[in-house]
Write a protein that binds this ligand. Structure first.
Ligand code: FES
Length: 118
């Protein structure tokens, strides 16, 4: 079971597990997330579910600050969860990320909305 810090951050991955420019699926405290490591060294995390038709965002591509769904190409901002390209229209949740002692941690205490699919 993942350890949740008092401030809501949970260890999601080792820093070395995801190379810059890549996004991956991580399971954190019962939640599935798309965790992205940007070329500039920053990190972002969003829900792992595309709101168009349930595609697995963490299996997509990370381009600039957007994750592209592997199914039909919808794009989501990895820092805000907003849709940046159709066919998805509804946003996903985004989670703050920090790196401490070589571990990537995600804040799961932020309010998260139930996703609208379609
Ligand atoms: S399921 Fe993601 S774009 Fe269609």
């Amino acid at each position: 079971m993942a350890r949740i810090e008092q401030d809501g951050f949970v260890v999601a991955a080792d820093e070395s597990a995801i190379k810059p420019g890549e996004v991956a699926v991580v399971e954190v405290a019962g939640r599935s997330l798309a965790l992205g490591h940007l070329i500039d060294g920053t990190w972002g995390a969003i829900d792992n579910v595309c709101t168009h038709d349930g595609g697995t965002l963490g299996e997509g591509e990370l381009d600039d600050r957007c994750v592209e769904c592997p199914r039909h190409g919808a794009r989501f901002d990895i820092f805000t969860g907003e849709v940046r390209a159709m066919p998805a229209v509804f946003p996903v949740n985004a989670y703050p990320v920090r790196v401490r002692d070589g571990k990537v941690e995600v804040d799961l205490s932020v309010p998260a909305k139930e996703l609208e699919i379609g």
